[in-house]
Design a protein around this ligand. Sequence first.
Ligand code: MTE
Ligand code: MO
Length: 597
Amino acid sequence: MTIDHIAAQRAESEQRLEALLDQHAPDDLHVDEQRFAGGLAQVPAHFPALRLGRHWVSAWWLVPIGLAGMLLVVAVAQELRQFDWMQQFIARYPGEGGFAPAVTSGFPAWLRWQHLFNIILMMFIIRSGLQILADHPRLYLNSGCRPGTEWLRLRGPVPADRMDKNDPSRVWTSKDDTTSLPKWLGIPGIRHSIGLARWWHFSFDLLWLLNGVAFYVLLFSTDQWQRIVPQSLSVFPNALSTAVQYASLNFPIDHGFVYYNGLQILAYFITVFIAAPLAFLTGLLQAPAVAARFGTGRGLLNRQVARTVHFLVLVWMLVFIASHVTMVFVTGAVSNLNHIILGTDTRSYAALAIFAVTAVVVAGLWLAATPVTLRYPRAVQRTGRFLVGWAKDLLERTHPRATYREKDISPYLWANGRLPDSEHYRRLQRSGWADYSLRIEGLVERPLRLSYAQLRAMPKHEQITQHYCIQGWSGVAKWGGVAMSDILDLVRPLPTARWVVFYSFADGAEPDTGRYYACHRIAHMREPMTLLAYELNGEPLPEVHGAPLRLRNELELGFKHVKWIEAIQFVASITDVGWGHGGYNEDHEYFGYRMPI
Ligand SMILES: Nc1nc2c(c(=O)[nH]1)N[C@H]1C(S)=C(S)[C@@H](COP(=O)(O)O)O[C@H]1N2
Ligand SMILES: [Mo]
């Protein structure tokens, strides 16, 4: 290869880069399932399987086991009720009345409306949450997510012959691992649609939290809290008594309009005051910005424990919803619906009619969610950004400082993304990066080109930090490289520079859609932990992980950490770069450009 040839290749590479700045997004964009995310074949998620030691069992077994268990419980409960001591116990603790004060306000309008909002919000939160899980269909308790250590999974094992990092193009990436859900279940169902699912999840989370805060306030400013907050320990024997009465199919008398029985009090209390706040907290614990600030990447609060608990909250909610709805129907549907729909202790059939109409509307919303999302993805992205962008902006202002110990380093670090495939990149790689130079340009006083040797001659920074992929996996690794703040001191950004764009040698996932790139807030570049890394765990960066250079911005999710960096550009606004949404995944997969969570 001649010098001219290298120069020509470099010029061509630069032209392709320039072309990025001059792209125009198609006006009428919808999700093309064939091309989306590089045309990954749709791999349907399995029903969860659970690991028991070395064996995997389908959670389907819980259905016959559960049914058999229920039959057994009924038989035992009926038998128990024959005994005198049980009859005395139930007489002493009837489960209802006496120990819980009567609520005089019935079911006020605010409560009835909030109940309806809650149903609608929860259904979208649950569906989009499942979609997020399907994007990394494994749950672990260790922060490194080594394949094979998961306790729950929605697909088979990672192929053992695809974990060798020395074979970059064959390494099993976390995108290879994604699964799809049926469109009526997930939002929006197809494989690797986490970007869109997250807008639904976070937007509805926010509305659900507002609904919840209003509920707490109204609950405690009226007498309604007395329905669901136990006021003495006698709630426990009363709950047990209620459980025996239900299980023996000889139900306790229902006074739901004025007070709940022991079992109801406990179930509602756990749902409202334990499960709901836990969902919020374990959501926050999955955020890189929170972990980088508070050091929760390791130990009991690590992201994988948080994901697991988040999932268990989902299981609780599903069990609660199923039992709640069943009980509404088997303990007197007409009067129960009168309570919660009309707020009256009557038996009017009007409540039944309103219930039927509402159920049809809710089912319509359910069915519309996926088609609307696939047809108008940009609108979903914009609406989500409008609703939750400000909260992500606040989180982005935390300062990362958490570091971990050598022994926290994960034995296996997942890889992601499409490798560079240009001859230009291969040539530079073959030269041992001797021919590589990093271009730094745009709104700076002193545009620069830094050779690999020059970069390595700059002060070296090392840090052990945790990587958080948007898809759900994490991993602790030691990174070594040049501080971006040192680069800033060299090039001296102009006051007009507000964003820093990192361009990769590699293209994005979809064919012929240009380079992978990501925009970062300039303030983040001053953080001492923002690095251009050329080492991973003390070794030169392997190709899969981004050789020769990759970004670390500990505040942000993994996809913002551009690998195989070719150039850096300082700009005033992100709208002129690529399609203007802040990065390749933001343009093509509808991610948000602020991703501290
Ligand atoms: N050029 C480029 N950089 C990229 C990606 C990519 O597809 N192309 N994927 C990103 C994503 S989604 C993640 S999670 C991290 C993964 O880094 P790792 O493979 O070193 O673990 O790289 C990021 N950097
Ligand atoms: Mo990622």
